[in-house]
Design a protein around this ligand. Structure first.
Ligand SMILES: [Zn+2]
Length: 297
């Protein structure tokens, strides 16, 4: 079990995140309210046209959500005790007791919420009470994630200085590799949610795809993947490395894989087959091939 914090870092942008399964406020836990709140989140998200299927995989009692006056990060997820910490601003009336309504959040906030929810979902897949009881699609994701952790997110290149192209090789600890996969996938899910909300800004809810939206989305995805916007990172476990840099960004050559993008678009984001296929193609066509692939077995 990892002991680190997965934190969604948004630079100077002060944002945060949302809702939970077990809401803890002022030291007390109200399981009944929690379950209602989780059900509310799913209902509200569904009304906005957001994906909710993966949220139903999670036992509402698995994750504890608290609100704090966070300063360093927008939100934090602590796998060691399945705890999501959201900025107070995401709570109703800033009171720290309940999540604010999803339709009152900015698109950025909703995307951050989904980023954290993806962490919770992956935590549940890996560390939930009964992995044997996972749905077939969740099991499929877990198997694929384990495969990616074996090599693609384990023996990696990083960019020590993000603005430069130079890379260095690292063989990551299991915990760091898990963090890179977590962040890479959560960044992508957050990006997709934000992009679709922006595309449907006028309607106020996400509607069906049109040819125009489809092409615009594909172009945005290509730009995001080539600009580095979809890259994951980790906070090094190794003390010496940690002394040099608190956060390491993965190099584009170890970024989101076409297969990973397709799986997330399908299972988590509930996109239709043509979107899944196009997303996979775009990531494949825009991935960095300037460096030789690292080989591991
Ligand atoms: Zn994160």
């Amino acid at each position: 079990m990892r002991r680190k914090t997965l934190a969604w870092h948004v630079g100077l942008v002060c944002a945060w995140l949302i809702l939970g399964m077990t809401m803890v406020a002022h030291g007390e836990t109200d399981v009944g309210r929690t379950v209602r709140t989780w059900a509310n989140l799913i209902e509200q998200a569904g009304e906005l046209g957001l994906p909710t299927g993966f949220l139903r995989d999670i036992d509402p009692g698995f994750v504890t959500v608290t609100f704090e006056d966070l300063r360093t990060y927008a939100a934090e997820y602590h796998p060691e005790d399945h705890r999501m910490i959201l900025n107070l601003r995401l709570s109703f009336n800033n009171a720290g007791g309940a999540l604010m309504d999803v339709d009152r959040m900015t698109h950025h906030d909703v995307s951050l919420l989904y980023h954290e929810l993806l962490h919770a979902w992956l935590d549940y897949l890996f560390n939930g009470p009964d992995p044997g009881a996972l749905s077939p699609r969740a099991s499929r994701v877990l198997a694929f994630a384990r495969e990616q952790l074996h090599c693609h997110y384990r023996f990696v290149r990083i960019t020590p200085i993000r603005q430069r192209r130079e890379t260095e090789m690292r063989f990551l600890s299991e915990e760091d590799a898990w963090e890179v996969l977590n962040e890479t996938w959560a960044v992508f899910v957050g990006w997709q949610i934000w992009t679709k909300l922006e595309q449907h800004r006028e309607a106020g809810r996400i509607g069906p795809w049109t040819d125009v939206l489809f092409e615009e989305w594909a172009a945005r995805l290509a730009r995001a993947n080539t600009s580095g916007a979809l890259l994951g990172y980790y906070e090094p476990d190794e003390p010496e490395e940690r002394r040099v840099a608190r956060k390491r960004f993965i190099a584009p050559s170890n970024g989101l894989t076409p297969e990973g993008a397709a799986l997330l678009l399908d299972v988590v984001l509930e996109e239709p087959d043509n979107v899944v296929a196009r997303g996979k193609l775009v990531i494949n066509d825009t991935q960095d091939t300037s460096e030789e692939k690292l080989v591991c077995d």
